[in-house]
Design a protein. Structure first.
Length: 460
C-alpha cells in the first residue's frame, strides 16, 4: 500500500501498520507494530517521528529486536563476542566464522535516551565512580551490572591506544568488575615522514607502513582468540569472503547515503539514515538480514527519487552533521526547524569506506582500523569533513558535542577553524544530552537561526 512519503507519530504508525497488514504486508520474523517496543521500556519511541515506509518499519524492528537475536544466537549454540571501541573492524573477522556473532556493548550509549533514563544505568555507573564527567557510553557499565540489555559476551575484545580517554577508563573499570578483556592496540596515526614508506588507507589518508604492520600483528592476536572461541581456524579464503560481504553492505550504504544526501527533495529522514549508518558497524547482529534491510531502504529511496517525492520540502536547509547525537530526537528536531541532513561524520567513517580487496585480508583490515577518524588528528578529521561537505553539497555544518566526551572539549574548535578556512558556510556547535527535552527550546532556537541563515544566504 503505497502512501505519499511523510513522517508519522508512533500512534499514526499503528494505524498505518493496520492498513499495511490488512493489505498483506510480508514481514520478517521480527516484524510487528512499532508500539510494542514501548512494553520493553523504550519510552522515547513515543516522542519520535518516523518515516512511513514499510522499509523504515523493517529497519526499526530490526534495530529494536537485537537483544532477542543475540539471545537466540546463543541458544542455537553460537558464541557471543563483545567487540568494543574499534567500531567496524573486529566484527568483519568475527562474522567470517559461521558460529560467532559479534555486537558492540558500546551501543548501551543510547539506552538512557531510548528508555528515557528509566533503566538507572547512569546511576549504576555513578556508583562505580564513573560519573557525568564521562560520556554517555558509561551506561555500558550499568548494562553489564544489570545483565538486562544484552547477554554477557563469551569474549570481550577492546581496542586501546588512540581511543578516547572516556572509553579506556570505562573499559578498565569493567575489567575491574571481573570481565576479562582482550586488549589490542590501534596506535596514533601520524602523517608519514617525507622518506618513510607509507600506505594509502581507505578514505584516502596515508599512514606509515610500520603502523599498518603493527595493527596487523595486533589483529592477528584477536583472530587467534576468535579461533580459540570458535573452535576452528579461519583461513584467508573465509576472511576474504567476510570482507567481500562487509563491502556489499558498505557499498549499499554508500549508495543510500549518496542518493539521500544529494537528492533535490529529501527521500529519507535523518533518523532512519542515522540508524542505517549504524548498521554498518556490526550488522545489528545479523549480517545477511542487515543487507536485506538496507536494500529495502535503497529501493524505497530510488522509488521516491524517481517519482520526485520526499519527506521534506525541497527548500530544506542542507546540513552536514558531525558526531552522533545522544538524544535521537535531535534528528527530528533539525527537520522540524526546516533543515535536512546532507552528509554526516558520526565518528565511524572507517566503517563506511570499502575495505581494500586487493591486499592480503589482515593487512586490509589493519588499514581499515587505522583509518578510524579518532586515530588521527582533529585536523585530518576536519579535512575529510570538508571533502564530504563538498561532495554532498551541504550549506551549513552542525557540530554536535557529546556531554562529557573528552574529545569534544576542543575538537569542535579545530573542525570549525578548518571548515571556515576552506569553505564559506555557517557552522553551529551545540550539545545534545541523552534526553534533551529541557534543552529543546534552546536547541530549537539555534537550529532555526542556522536554517534562516542558510535561506537568507540563498537570496543574496
Ligand atoms: S567519548 Fe566519544 S568516542 Fe569516546 S565513547 Fe564517548 S562518544 Fe565514543
Amino acid at each position: 500500500m503505497t502512501e505519499a512519503p511523510r513522517q508519522l507519530t508512533l500512534e499514526e504508525w499503528d494505524r498505518r501498520y493496520e492498513q499495511l497488514d490488512q493489505a498483506g504486508l510480508i514481514q520478517p520474523r521480527y516484524g510487528g507494530r512499532l508500539s510494542r517496543h514501548l512494553h520493553d521500556g523504550d519510552y522515547r519511541l513515543a516522542k519520535l517521528r518516523y518515516d512511513n515506509s514499510p522499509a523504515a518499519l523493517r529497519l526499526w524492528n530490526f534495530l529494536l529486536t537485537e537483544e532477542d537475536r543475540l539471545r537466540e544466537a546463543r541458544e542455537c549454540g553460537k558464541r557471543v563476542v563483545g567487540t568494543m571501541k574499534d567500531l567496524g573492524t573486529v566484527p568483519v573477522i568475527a562474522y567470517s566464522f559461521s558460529n560467532l556473532v559479534a555486537f558492540y556493548p558500546d551501543g548501551a550509549w543510547w539506552i538512557p535516551c531510548v528508555m528515557e533514563l528509566s533503566a538507572g544505568l547512569l546511576e549504576i555507573a555513578d556508583s562505580l565512580g564513573i560519573d557525568e564527567s564521562f560520556c554517555p557510553v558509561r551506561a555500558m557499565l550499568g548494562a553489564f551490572v544489570t545483565r538486562c540489555h544484552f547477554p554477557v559476551p563469551d569474549l570481550l575484545v577492546c581496542s586501546a591506544g588512540a581511543v578516547c580517554d572516556d572509553f579506556s577508563a570505562i573499559a578498565q573499570r569493567l575489567e575491574d568488575l571481573g570481565h576479562r578483556i582482550l586488549w589490542w592496540e590501534v596506535p596514533h596515526r601520524p602523517v608519514p615522514e617525507p622518506n618513510e614508506v607509507s600506505v594509502l588507507l581507505p578514505g584516502g589518508l596515508p599512514a606509515p607502513e610500520r603502523q599498518v604492520d603493527l595493527v596487523k600483528s595486533e589483529l592477528l592476536r584477536v583472530k587467534e582468540a576468535l579461533e580459540a572461541l570458535a573452535g576452528t581456524s579461519l583461513d584467508e579464503t573465509a576472511l576474504h569472503a567476510g570482507i567481500k560481504k562487509a563491502n556489499e553492505i558498505r557499498r549499499c550504504l554508500a549508495e543510500l547515503r549518496r542518493l539521500v544526501y544529494t537528492a533535490q527533495c529529501c527521500p529519507m529522514p535523518a533518523l532512519e539514515m542515522l540508524i542505517a549508518e549504524m548498521l554498518a558497524i556490526h550488522y545489528c547482529s545479523d549480517r545477511d538480514e542487515c543487507l536485506r534491510v538496507l536494500e529495502a531502504l535503497l529501493s524505497e529511496v530510488r522509488r521516491r527519487i524517481a517519482s520526485g517525492v520526499g519527506v521534506l520540502g525541497a527548500d530544506a536547509a542542507r546540513v552536514f552533521w558531525v558526531n552522533p547525537v545522544a538524544d535521537l530526537r535531535a534528528m527530528n528536531l533539525l527537520e522540524a526547524c526546516g533543515g535536512r541532513i546532507c552528509g554526516t561524520e558520526y565518528l565511524f567513517t572507517h566503517a563506511l569506506d570499502a575495505i581494500p580487496q586487493d591486499r592480503p585480508p589482515m593487512e586490509a583490515l589493519a588499514a581499515t582500523a587505522l583509518a578510524d577518524p579518532m586515530a588521527g588528528s582533529s585536523r585530518q578529521r576536519a579535512e575529510r569533513i570538508c571533502r564530504d561537505i563538498g561532495e554532498f553539497g551541504a550549506e551549513a555544518v552542525v557540530v554536535s558535542r557529546i556531554p562529557g566526551a573528552s574529545h569534544c572539549a576542543l575538537e569542535g574548535w579545530t573542525i570549525q577553524e578548518v571548515v571556515r578556512s576552506k569553505m564559506d558556510i555557517p557552522i553551529l556547535e551545540i550539545e545534545v544530552p541523552p534526553v534533551a527535552d529541557a534543552a529543546g527550546p534552546g536547541l530549537r532556537t539555534r537550529l532555526e537561526a542556522l536554517v534562516e541563515t542558510v535561506k537568507r544566504r540563498r537570496r543574496t
